[in-house]
Design a protein around this ligand. Structure first.
Ligand SMILES: NC(=O)C1=CN([C@@H]2O[C@H](COP(=O)(O)OP(=O)(O)OC[C@H]3O[C@@H](n4cnc5c(N)ncnc54)[C@H](O)[C@@H]3O)[C@@H](O)[C@H]2O)[C@@H](O)CC1
Ligand SMILES: Nc1ncnc2c1ncn2[C@@H]1O[C@H](COP(=O)(O)OP(=O)(O)O)[C@@H](O)[C@H]1O
Ligand SMILES: [K+]
Length: 462
């Protein structure tokens, strides 16, 4: 099941709904503290522990964690950053029977629990606080960020001040954008989400592994989807995309290109189309389920003419690479509705300009403006639909940062769209399969290797 993602305001609203239903606010803090203490106990056992508590409810969680770990026999010290300022945090502090040290004087421990700030962080940490947190975390063998690492901005994943690397992030009640967006997501080696009895409904989710279906017994190559990949003068990129499409479930792939390359998998049929008119003619095939254009297209006048006939073809479209660059120049008004766009950062900015907000906000804004599904690529890829749904793919392999992997993704997107016809779902499946193929390919792979891993990635989800 997809894990929902809540912004700081969304989380407050979800908490308020539970409180309005009759659960005392302090009960939520006890639940959060108990869930986190259980996770820490399982991971760290009887290690000597230091809990850092801030002034708000995140600090309150810390006092509950300290009390419950001590009740299990864990040697626990608590260091607080000033007084507790909320009624729940004051109550949690009063229930802690041990001494409270000053944060600035706290000595390191084998296990460090950061309950300084969570969703209420309003500005960067003072330099001295950030430095002391950094030292204490780096001297601990086990470190846990309660709800969020202190210093990250909940909704954007930005680092408001330097943030150390934690062994584990323990999200309370729901994931927040900073758990999945970079650079914050990189500050937690492991991430767990603790259930505290909050109904976290959200149109934004963490990308979940898909359920993929094998073709039915009545399937034939056209019913499984015929994909056309329209390339230009350069063969490599459109070949990668075509090959990836062929390995991702489509019944047939046709490459329509001006290059004279005749190698590549024999299963891919190449239509030699020198001019835009010849491309137009090839696209008149009613059996085509999806047309992908962009990889290897080029940006010259001929490329523009080829793109133009694709945009007017009436087929469901996937637009990548040079198709996006050309659209960045001529404007998104020329986009057909319900296409899938797969921009990386530079292509995104060329298409939509500098949009405000988090990467999730920007992807959703772009999807609404273009009325297309947008796959905003990079570490922390966001897939957004015009109706407000978004999925965030985190922890994809950084080895993907190699030439041609985007062409492979575009081919997978086209193939999944040909198979299932739902743009958002197809894009989500494709990003997951691409990430899984990368995981299976290990280190230092090239784009071609990813394609070979796609059948295994698909088989793992049947
Ligand atoms: N309502 C509840 O009882 C629950 C609260 N929860 C916890 O509460 C957290 C949110 O609590 P709060 O809203 O109290 O916020 P925080 O505890 O994250 O921080 C807010 C406090 O820090 C101060 N502050 C903010 N930025 C600062 C900075 N840079 N330097 C110094 N002081 C700064 C604020 O003035 C305020 O006093 C969540 O992250 C979660 O850990 C969860 O346990 C769920 C239940
Ligand atoms: N550091 C990274 N971590 C995770 N994924 C990445 C990283 N860098 C790139 N990727 C992924 O690799 C692919 C690269 O696509 P793109 O930039 O279009 O490359 P190309 O144009 O060379 O094919 C995208 O799917 C992107 O999300
Ligand atoms: K924290």
């Amino acid at each position: 099941m997809a894990t929902p993602v809540l912004t700081a305001a969304g989380m407050r609203a979800a908490e308020q709904a539970v409180i309005a239903s009759g659960v005392p606010e302090y009960e939520l803090m006890e639940r959060a503290g108990a869930a986190a203490a259980e996770i820490i106990w399982r991971a760290g056992g009887l290690r000597d522990t230091l809990v850092l508590c801030g002034p708000g409810n995140n600090g309150g969680d810390g006092f509950v964690i300290a009390r419950l770990l001590r009740a299990r026999g864990v040697p626990v010290r608590v260091a607080a950053l000033g007084d507790s300022r909320t009624s729940s945090a004051i109550q949690a502090r009063a229930a802690w029977a041990g001494p409270v040290e000053a944060f600035n004087d706290a000595e390191p421990a084998a296990q460090l629990v950061d309950a300084l700030f969570g969703t209420g962080l309003a500005r960067e940490l003072d330099d001295g606080i950030a430095a002391q947190l950094h030292d204490l975390v780096s001297m601990a063998s086990h470190s846990y960020a309660i709800d969020l690492p202190s210093g990250v901005e909940t909704d954007s994943g930005a680092l408001l001040s330097p943030v150390p690397h934690f062994g584990m992030g323990i999200a309370l009640g729901a994931l927040k954008p900073a758990h999945l967006l970079f650079p914050a997501a990189d500050r937690m080696t492991r991430l767990v989400c603790a259930d505290i009895g909050i109904a976290a409904n959200s149109s934004i989710c963490r990308l979940a592994p898909p359920s993929v279906y094998a073709p039915g017994t009545e399937a034939h190559k056209y019913s499984r989807g015929l994909v056309a990949v329209v390339g230009g003068e350069m063969a490599g990129a459109s070949l990668l995309a075509s090959h990836a499409a062929a390995r991702s479930g489509a019944g047939m792939v046709r490459r329509i290109a001006a290059d004279a390359y005749i190698g590549g998998p024999d299963a891919i049929v190449t239509d030699f189309a020198k001019t835009a008119t010849e491309v137009e003619h090839s696209l008149q095939d009613k059996r085509l389920a999806v047309v992908l254009v962009g990889p290897g297209l080029g940006r010259n006048k001929d490329a523009q003419a080829r793109l133009d006939v694709v945009l007017k073809s009436g087929h469901p479209l996937v637009l990548d690479a040079d198709a996006l660059n050309i659209l960045g120049e001529i404007g998104i008004a020329h986009l057909p509705q319900q296409a899938i766009l797969t921009p990386h950062e530079a292509e995104f900015t060329r298409l939509f300009g500098q949009l405000p907000g988090s990467k999730i906000d920007r992807a959703l804004d772009a999807a609404r403006r273009s009325r297309c599904v947008v796959v905003y690529k990079g570490a922390g890829t966001v897939i957004a639909a015009p109706d407000g749904r978004a999925a965030v793919a985190s922890h994809g392999s950084s080895w993907l940062s190699t030439a041609g992997t985007g062409d492979v993704l575009a081919g997978i997107v086209a193939s999944r769209l040909a198979v299932m016809r739902d743009g958002f779902q197809a894009a989500c499946e494709a990003v997951w399969l691409h990430g899984e193929a990368a995981r299976r390919a290990g280190a230092a792979f090239i784009a071609d290797d990813l394609i070979e891993r796609l059948p295994e990635a698909i088989a793992s989800r049947l």
